[in-house]
Design a protein around this ligand. Sequence first.
Ligand SMILES: CCCCCCCCCCCCCCCC(=O)SCCNC(=O)CCNC(=O)[C@H](O)C(C)(C)COP(=O)(O)OP(=O)(O)OC[C@H]1O[C@@H](n2cnc3c(N)ncnc32)[C@H](O)[C@@H]1OP(=O)(O)O
Length: 129
Amino acid sequence: MTIEERIQHSKTSIFKAVFPSTTNHYDTLFGGTAMHLMDEVAFICATRFSRKMVVTVSSDRIDFNKPIPAGTIVELIGKVNHIGKTSLKVLVEVYTEEMYSESRELAITGTFTFVAVDDQKRPVQILID
Ligand SMILES: CCCCCCCCCCCCCCCC(=O)SCCNC(=O)CCNC(=O)[C@H](O)C(C)(C)COP(=O)(O)OP(=O)(O)OC[C@H]1O[C@@H](n2cnc3c(N)ncnc32)[C@H](O)[C@@H]1OP(=O)(O)O
């Protein structure tokens, strides 16, 4: 498989319904919950790309551009956008969708960096030469 094919193949999507248990006092998705879900989809994407143990080493700036109201659906999409020697970056986009219309918009973006590690938790190469 080429690298581009691996990137496409490992693109990962998760849908969630935004129920009251995940919202704040503004009745919108709690930012910490969004970050948790973003780390999770990014982790799954990085694992599916590398098929190695990976740990989160960093998250770049996260932009909360639109509030995500209770009673909507969110889709989180993770896609590898940079491959280093032992690390890779995953761009995560979070879309909010109304349940009873086709309305959909990009609400949050962020990038997460993962490092592939061995059993001793030492960095190892993402791709074998
Ligand atoms: C409510 C219900 C709850 C249910 C519950 C469910 C939970 C569902 C959540 C799922 C979510 C899953 C997410 C799992 C993932 C973790 O949670 S992992 C836990 C958090 N992360 C950690 O503990 C990692 C701790 N850090 C480390 O162990 C070490 O820093 C590492 C990662 C092994 C790296 O070691 P190091 O000595 O820094 O390595 P070094 O050789 O210097 O650098 C290695 C590479 O990392 C890069 N790097 C190092 N530092 C940085 C940095 N700060 N920024 C960017 N790149 C860096 C280097 O540039 C290098 O890249 P390459 O040039 O090789 O590509």
